[in-house]
Design a protein around this ligand. Structure first.
Ligand code: GRF
Length: 204
């Protein structure tokens, strides 16, 4: 049975687009994207979801009123759709240990560096690439990992290295890492984890 995937987003959704495109190409045969959920109203990722004919939801912490209510609402939507796997694709909201424990082995994230470099609290968006350039690394990349209670601390699933080039800015490095690593790696990891879930009957 195809694993039912929810993609959680906060922004532009280029990683979501990569997932939608690869699903359409048949490159994720073990999974099916059943919904997209944003924690930001009006995120462009929601338009991408609609264009692909996917159910799209917005749940904001502000409207929910508390972290608990926010996660409860997300959980309700995930359960309504009988989701097997959650993919965080540029999802910037914090999730509690209660939530990550409940979805242990069924929640993955993409991070734009080679973990354990430039990761953890505060390392998101351009900050990651600023830090990599400030340190002078010659190689960076992307990592897909399982999500646990430690920010960017879960087991690594796939990584891909990308060269840092002379004259790079945080923006050029971010773009190269997306094009050469993130958009390739995330759909591959989605298929890999869906297959793992199928093989072990969904039990971790
Ligand atoms: C990506 O760099 C991803 O690695 C990070 O947030 C960014 C999301 O971009 N976690 P997008 O919304 O997928 O375009």
């Amino acid at each position: 049975m195809k694993q039912r995937i929810a993609v959680l987003v906060s922004g532009g959704g280029t990683n979501l687009q990569a997932l939608l495109d690869r699903e359409k190409d048949g490159a994720i045969p073990s999974g099916e994207i059943v919904l997209v959920l944003s924690n930001r109203e009006g995120a462009y990722a929601l338009t991408r979801a609609a264009n692909a004919g996917k159910a799209a939801y917005t749940v904001t912490r502000k409207k929910a009123g508390s972290q608990e209510a926010f996660e409860k609402e997300i959980t309700r939507i995930l359960e309504d759709h009988q989701v097997d796997l959650i993919i965080l694709a540029g999802f910037l909201a914090i999730l509690s240990q209660d939530f990550t424990d409940r979805w242990a082995g069924r929640i993955i994230n993409i991070h734009p560096s080679l973990i354990p470099s430039f990761c953890g609290a505060g390392f998101y968006g351009l900050h990651v690439h600023e830090a990599a350039l400030a340190r002078g690394v010659k190689v960076s990349g992307a990592t897909v990992h399982y999500v646990n209670e430690i920010p960017d601390g879960g087991e690594i699933i796939l990584q891909k290295a990308v060269d840092v080039l002379p004259g790079d800015t945080p923006e050029t490095l971010q773009k190269r890492i997306m094009e050469e690593a993130e958009w390739i790696l995330l759909p591959q990891a989605a298929e890999l984890v869906c297959r793992r879930l199928q093989e072990n009957g969904g039990k971790e």
